[in-house]
Ligand binder design. Sequence first.
Ligand code: AMP
Ligand code: ZN
Ligand code: FE
Ligand code: FE
Length: 292
Amino acid sequence: MIGRRIDLHAHSTASDGSLTPPELIRYAADKKLSAMALTDHDCVDGLDEAVAEGERLGIEVIPAVELSADHPDGTMHILGFFVDRRHEGFCGRLRRLQEARRERNPKIIQNLQSLGLNLTYDEVVAASGGGQVGRPHFAKVLVQKGYVSSMQEAFERYLKKGAPGYVEKFRFSPQDAIAAIHEAGGVAVLAHPFTLYKDNSVPLDPLLEGLSQAGLDGIEVIYSTYSGEQTRYYRERAEKYNLLPSGGSDFHGAHKPGIDLGVGQGRLEVPYELLEPLRKKAQGYKVSVHAG
Ligand code: AMP
Ligand code: ZN
Ligand code: FE
Ligand code: FE
């Protein structure tokens, strides 16, 4: 018998997913998930609605976030599970990240326009469905206008780091991102480590050593696109550095075709048993007092 399943990585329209927070939770209930984490990028705006819908449907919604952190080579994302979404200091830090996006986004438009692509920021905002604007929304408009044939091609040609449309934005250092999550009573988990280095043969050990010292609590060992070998490698790293294993699909709805909630590309399976150790560890961080 298959045990209870969960999904600890999913996005809503509050960032760059295509389902609203309540739609996402209803979808999770349809998929018979017993718990899921809403992990919008740099933003907790969807959590109230998601938690309320979860209570209505009897599915546990873990309040969470996915922070982008500064890393010289590839992309570092740090998930925060069980964060207090009303924590004043934490919300202030998120506002800083949102401000950085507002500064960056018009510059991406300028870059794309200077390449001769005809699109406006208003069109990108419309594509975002009212939440925070991210690169997938630029990609969506480029697809709609026929400049590229897929979201993936939009990133490859225009939007990924090093491509002509790309613009840097302020990010926290990994240490500050971890500290911010702890401050809000959450556990900090390194997401999809394969995005850290362009060269996949770079050993993670020196980085994990430093992140562990900074208080990293966990690492994503189950993920939609991992091979069995990747999962084994990350599990070994988890054991070596005493990191809790986590897992999720990174579902973005229509903005990431081919990745479905709970099941990823079809074979993903995140067991409920991963959740309790993360919850227990988060309880140890419930230290700081907040108003509201
Ligand atoms: P942003 O936070 O606005 O910089 O956008 C980050 C999001 O863009 C990520 O969460 C992914 O969903 C998406 N993304 C980043 N790089 C790629 C890529 N190379 N291909 C497809 N999607 C990507
Ligand atoms: Zn995303
Ligand atoms: Fe991510
Ligand atoms: Fe994600």
